[in-house]
Design a protein around this ligand. Structure first.
Ligand code: NG6
Ligand code: CA
Length: 537
């Protein structure tokens, strides 16, 4: 550790803060590319060359840094993910952009910090599209480079034009096709939020005309049971906090819905369903470059894995959901192997935010945790500002393009994956797109061990933190110490700035802000300038 470390003097240009911010705003792909707008899609470009590997992002939900066996998990085995890591790079310092789902996913898929917009918090199941059709997404980027594109699994970024106005019984007026995905098979939000149906290419999959669907986050529909009033109907899972509104599959949810009939999902079949759709997509496009955003429901609540995974871990349903996740990964790997395309497929496996143990259902996750540490050695969980909230597992495998170098501790943020993958495939970015994403391809592929000088992290209550190689700074905030809705998660809030030396003692225990006012000032300045750089755009 260097006590004189200046977060502002270690920009990629090794210059002062101004150049650091210049690097951020001017050398982002937006400006690096000639501002020509997006290229026209190239049809059926049958290339399987090194410059156009297939790209599969496997994005787990609430999977913590310590939740995989290859990251030290206890009480659960993850042989498929272990193999992926052994054949690629296992990263130990990768950060999701936020400690909750919607802002993390927004940032990953747009290359822009979610905190630049007010409407990117945890989305309801009837939220309108948060990424606007006019925005340039990672899917657009692949599509315009000749790739077939798909989103399969959890979406959680809104659907349709406007919140609360969707007619779920008709094709949605705007959907993921407008965001660059040729194909989608998704859950609108989360498994604990209505509507509990899959949306396939803008319409409810397996739609049942005998059971029209209505959704409200304001009031129940007359005569419909709820978890609150009808706990006797909760034959699969009961809530521990919240989650006491409409009942689907013997599990009560957030929000109210009516109808659905045979389109309603069964929680125990979600992993099978999304995996089989992912496999179909891969098989259909095995002769052309494809981009698959495969966002699993595991290990988000309600954790209700298929019976064949029950008892496969020592940790009950949460651990069994990790086993199920590992199975999904194995299925994708096996499909690529069987098709002979694993060699030129770049797989990135990661998670949208840190872990949480009890997130609202009586699934015994706490009671059965044993000595398993979902966040690994880090302090804090999902929702919070401490490292456990955004420090996530990240594995990259691409046999044809990268050497399996084992482990990498390079500091990386998911915000940079769009520009980095864009650089890999030679994408040209329209002006203003991916505004916060930097090309760090060398970090991702293990050829460059000089990481980002800092990453920005966002907690559930919008507190921003900065993490450097040695330091963690959390801006001051007057909010409560613990989240207020029942999950036992620290927020990381403190009414004074926090500064932690990550090389000394346990992670984020001794606040040394008072001993380093110069550093606190520099971090504050960096955040202020980053925020202002949004206003300037
Ligand atoms: C919270 C939910 C939690 C989870 C989270 C979103 C309650 C009491 N808790 O509000 O269960 O759904 O939102 O998680 O409603 S995320 O991973 O999608 O961000
Ligand atoms: Ca999540």
């Amino acid at each position: 550790m260097s006590p004189n470390f200046s977060p502002l003097s270690q920009s990629p240009n090794q210059e002062n803060m101004k150049s650091s911010l210049l690097t951020l705003t001017l050398l982002s792909p937006v400006a690096a590319a000639v501002a020509v707008g997006a290229e026209a899609p190239k049809k059926n470009k049958k290339v399987q060359d090194r410059e156009h590997p297939n790209v599969v992002i496997i994005y787990a939900d609430d999977l913590g840094y310590g939740d995989l066996q290859c990251y030290g998990a206890k009480g659960v085995e993850t042989p498929n993910v272990n193999r992926l890591a052994a054949e690629g790079i296992r990263f130990t310092n990768v950060h999701a952009v936020a400690s909750t789902s919607t802002p993390s996913r927004y940032s990953l898929l747009t290359g822009g910090y979610a905190w630049r917009r007010r409407d990117t918090d945890i989305a309801a199941g009837n939220a309108g599209m948060i990424i606007k059709p006019g925005q340039y997404t990672m899917a657009d980027m692949f599509k315009h480079s000749g790739y077939a594109t798909a989103a399969i699994g959890k979406w959680h970024l809104g659907l349709g034009d406007k919140t609360g106005t969707q007619d779920w019984n008709a094709p949605l007026p705007s959907s993921l096709y407008d965001l660059g995905f040729d194909y989608h098979y998704i859950m609108a939000a989360t498994a604990d939020r209505v509507p509990c149906v899959f949306i396939e290419n803008g319409s409810v999959a397996n739609y049942d005309p005998s059971a029209p669907i209505e959704v409200s986050y304001a009031r129940n529909f007359p005569g419909e049971p709820t978890g609150k009033d009808n706990p006797e109907l909760l034959f699969n899972l009961k809530p521990s906090h919240g989650h006491n509104q409409s009942i689907v599959n013997g599990i009560s949810r957030i929000g109210y819905m009516k109808g659905g009939g045979k389109a309603l999902w069964k929680d125990e079949d979600i992993a099978d369903s999304i995996t089989s759709h992912a496999i179909d997509f891969i098989k259909t496009h095995s002769n052309e470059p494809f981009f698959l955003y495969f966002a699993t429901n595991d290990v988000h609540v309600p954790r209700f894995p298929h019976p064949r995974f029950r008892g496969q871990s020592a940790m009950g349903l949460r651990g069994d959901a990790i086993v199920q996740f590992d199975w999904c990964v194995g299925q994708i790997m096996q499909t690529l192997d069987e098709l002979g395309i694993a060699d030129n497929t770049l797989i990135i496996l990661s998670s949208d935010n840190g872990p949480v143990v009890d997130d609202g259902y009586q699934d015994q996750a706490e009671e059965l945790l044993g000595d398993h540490k979902p966040a690994g050695p880090f302090r804090g969980y999902k929702y919070g500002a401490y490292e456990g909230g955004t420090m996530v597992p990240a594995i990259v495998r691409w046999p044809k393009g990268i050497k399996p170098v084992g482990e990498s501790d390079v500091l990386m943020s998911q915000i940079d994956w769009m520009a980095s993958l864009g650089a890999l495939i030679g994408a040209r970015f329209p002006q203003g797109s991916a505004p916060d994403s930097q090309n760090r391809l060398g970090n991702l592929l293990g050829t460059d061990s000089t990481g980002r000088p800092w990453v920005v992290e966002q907690s559930a209550n919008h507190v921003l933190s900065i993490r450097t190689g040695d330091w963690k700074y959390i801006e001051a905030n007057d909010g409560p110490d613990m989240v207020t809705w029942g999950a036992k998660c620290e927020t990381g809030n403190s009414s004074t700035p926090q500064l932690y030396d990550l090389n000394v003692g346990l992670y984020e225990q001794d606040n040394v802000a008072l001993q380093h006012p110069d550093l606190v000032f520099e971090f504050e300045t960096l955040l202020r300038q980053l925020r202002a750089s949004a206003a300037a755009r």
